[in-house]
Design a protein around this ligand. Structure first.
Ligand SMILES: Cc1cc2nc3c(=O)[nH]c(=O)nc-3n(C[C@H](O)[C@H](O)[C@H](O)COP(=O)(O)OP(=O)(O)OC[C@H]3O[C@@H](n4cnc5c(N)ncnc54)[C@H](O)[C@@H]3O)c2cc1C
Length: 387
């Protein structure tokens, strides 16, 4: 017998946004999250125009804007030369610390009636080929079960739910990448995001308001492995090589305040199984270069809520609802993946990347369209608004 209508693993943007939508529709929903909130997380602090539109549909636009810093635009640097710049209109994109974004979403979900529980999901209960609940380790160490009519994996990269349901796909590990970064203080910030790419790595600086910024160095695991124990020195040298003389900012958090995230991969064969859905990064992860992750997580939560409500209300059979959800995920994922892969190819070839930026400066309209798609101003499928 199910205790809840829906049990969700993970209270990131995908899990909390889904819980919020379901709770508002009167569904009995439980979110199981292993971390204590508010928690520091250095991923997803750039909120793209697409992500802000989704937050607006949740009625959280004003609350988010009240805590966030304006993002004036993005400057994209190749290995050498001047950047390609994309300016945002006022409020079109924002920067917000994840501890605030996650707390706002989860608080809104709980205020709407969702139940939040701190525990680690360790497995999925499968009976007669159907997911019927989560196995959770409570903070006391006790292993117990949380049953629901629908089980959702919103537990991010490396999703336990995706693995336990056999949905996760093995990805070639030869080119595994990690992100190293955290928060810094600098007087040299101007509200623009700077992305420095070259030789298979990139360094991103995302100002968070005042003198604070999120900085992130993304590079191959084998490069980090070759540094031995000298991460502090080698990371700074690598950043200096990427930034050159073009910006005064080469600060990087020292050991103890630095966070590592990775491997940066999550692919699934499909985002659904009998009785279960995957949402957000658990359903597939894109390189963070294009800053689309939060948008996709919130969009995925909207599609998942539609599918689950259809099933719970008896309007549609689960098989059809899940099929429609999987199609929506593919439509959301594919164009962004193509875009992200294309950018990744350019990023790994300095000559090509520099030529592309020169061409982009000469042809502003397609360049703005492309950069707009990368920055999450428009969907990678849709035409950009007229400038
Ligand atoms: C380095 C980096 C930088 C990024 N920068 C940006 C950016 O600027 N803008 C942007 O839009 N996107 C960015 N992204 C992507 C973005 O962070 C993700 O796409 C987004 O957070 C996905 O949300 P989610 O809810 O699916 O997953 P997550 O945010 O990862 O949330 C998953 C939640 O599940 C919980 N969880 C995991 N396992 C368990 C378990 N076993 N039991 C219980 N709970 C569990 C976790 O604690 C977490 O709270 C970045 C990603 C990385 C790696």
């Amino acid at each position: 017998m199910a205790d809840d209508d829906v049990v969700i693993a993970g209270a990131g943007p995908a899990g909390s946004a889904l819980a919020l939508r379901l709770a508002r529709a009167g569904v009995k929903v439980r979110v199981v999250e292993r971390s204590v909130f508010p928690r520091t997380k250095v991923c997803g602090e750039y909120l793209s125009p697409g992500a802000l539109r989704e937050l607006e549909t949740l009625g959280l636009g004003k609350r988010i804007a009240a805590h966030a810093a304006p993002c004036h635009g993005i400057r994209l640097y190749a290995a050498r030369g001047d950047p390609l710049a994309l300016a945002f209109k006022d409020g079109e994109a924002l920067a917000l610390e994840r501890c605030v974004l996650d707390a706002v979403l989860l608080e809104a979900a709980c205020a709407a009636g969702a139940f939040h529980e701190r525990a680690r999901v360790e497995g999925v209960i499968v009976e007669h080929g159907r997911a019927t609940g989560l196995r959770v380790r409570e903070p006391s160490g006790l292993l117990s079960e949380r049953r629901g009519r629908v089980v959702v994996g919103a537990d991010g990269i490396g999703s336990v739910v995706a693995r336990r349901l056999g949905l996760a796909r093995e990805v070639c590990a030869a080119d595994e990448r990690f992100a190293l970064g955290g928060h810094i203080r600098s007087a040299a910030l101007d509200g623009w995001i700077s992305m420095f790419a070259g030789a298979g790595a990139y360094f991103a600086v995302n100002p968070l308001g005042g003198e604070r910024a999120n900085v992130m160095l993304v590079l191959r695991q084998r490069e980090i492995a070759a540094w031995g124990g000298c991460v502090d020195v080698c990371a700074r040298q690598r950043i200096a090589r990427l930034v050159g003389e073009r910006a005064p900012l080469t600060l990087f958090p020292a050991d103890g305040r630095r966070m590592a995230v990775g491997p940066l991969r999550q692919r699934v064969r499909r985002p659904d199984a009998p009785g279960a859905l995957l949402v957000g990064d658990a359903a597939g992860f894109l390189d963070p270069f294009t800053g689309q992750g939060v948008w996709m997580a919130l969009e995925g939560a909207r599609h998942a809520a539609d599918a689950i409500l259809g099933v719970l209300h008896g309007d549609v059979r689960e098989r059809w609802a899940w099929r429609r959800y999987a199609r929506a995920c593919r439509r959301s994922w594919l164009p962004r993946w193509v875009l992200s892969s294309g950018i990744g190819l350019l990023r790994n070839r300095d000559g090509l990347a520099m030529r592309a930026i020169e061409q982009a400066r000469a042809h502003r309209t397609p360049a703005t369209a492309l950069l707009g798609a990368c920055a999450g101003r428009v969907s990678a499928l849709r035409r950009p608004p007229e400038q």
